[in-house]
Design a protein around this ligand. Structure first.
Ligand SMILES: [Mg+2]
Length: 206
């Protein structure tokens, strides 16, 4: 039986924060310290005005997605790893974006030669992961994401899923500790590919 690989996109398959930061600087005169973990607390206005509120941050993200998605670049070895793993597993990209961004995200990933099913989601990823697992007949499943909150959610709602914590942005990775609810922290796709392939080869749930 084929495995199931459920993979996040931003900061896993495609670089986001570094490009979001450049765009903020160019178009909104905002400095964005991507080394931080929290978006809203990472922004400062270059003219000295108060930093964007949390609500304004969401507005800025709504401008970036989908209009500026073309700025995003491929994480090294992500495409090759997914292509190799797709021979042993079905692949679903589970991305926390508004549903209106699903088609743009599909097109974006196709543009990087990643022709996979895409599901948009809002909130914790545990429920959608459990639903996908059931839909595919409860195969050996591996989940990859950069955010600890999603690993906690998947651990709660789909505990049999192997969980890989990956932060492919080096400037962010050095400042973010391993997610407590993930099984492993791997920031490199060549290493992750081997770890994930071993899980599918073992045929065992977590
Ligand atoms: Mg992400």
């Amino acid at each position: 039986m084929k495995g199931l690989l459920i993979c996040d996109c931003d900061e896993v398959l495609l670089h986001m924060v570094r490009h979001f930061g450049v765009w903020l600087h160019e178009t909104h005169d905002i400095d964005f310290a991507i080394e931080g973990g929290d978006f809203a607390n990472s922004m400062t206005r270059r003219d000295g005005a108060p930093p964007p509120t949390r609500e304004e941050m969401w507005g800025l993200l709504d401008q970036f997605f989908p209009h500026e998605m073309g700025r995003q670049t491929l994480v090294p070895h992500a495409r090759e790893a997914l292509a190799a793993l797709s021979t042993m597993a079905d692949v679903v990209i589970l991305t926390n974006l508004g549903d209106h961004n699903r088609e743009p995200r599909i097109a974006q990933l196709l543009g990087h030669d990643m022709p996979y099913r895409v599901e948009t989601n809002q909130g914790g990823k545990g429920d959608p992961v459990a639903r996908l697992q059931a839909e595919f007949g409860n195969p050996v499943t591996v989940f990859v994401d950069d955010l600890a909150v999603h690993h906690a959610s998947v651990a709660k709602h789909a505990p049999g899923v192997h969980r890989v914590h990956m932060i492919s942005e080096p400037k962010l990775a050095v400042n973010v500790p391993p997610a407590p609810d993930a099984h492993v922290r791997i920031d490199d796709w060549q290493v992750a590919e081997r770890w994930i392939a071993d899980r599918f080869a073992s045929g065992q749930p977590a």
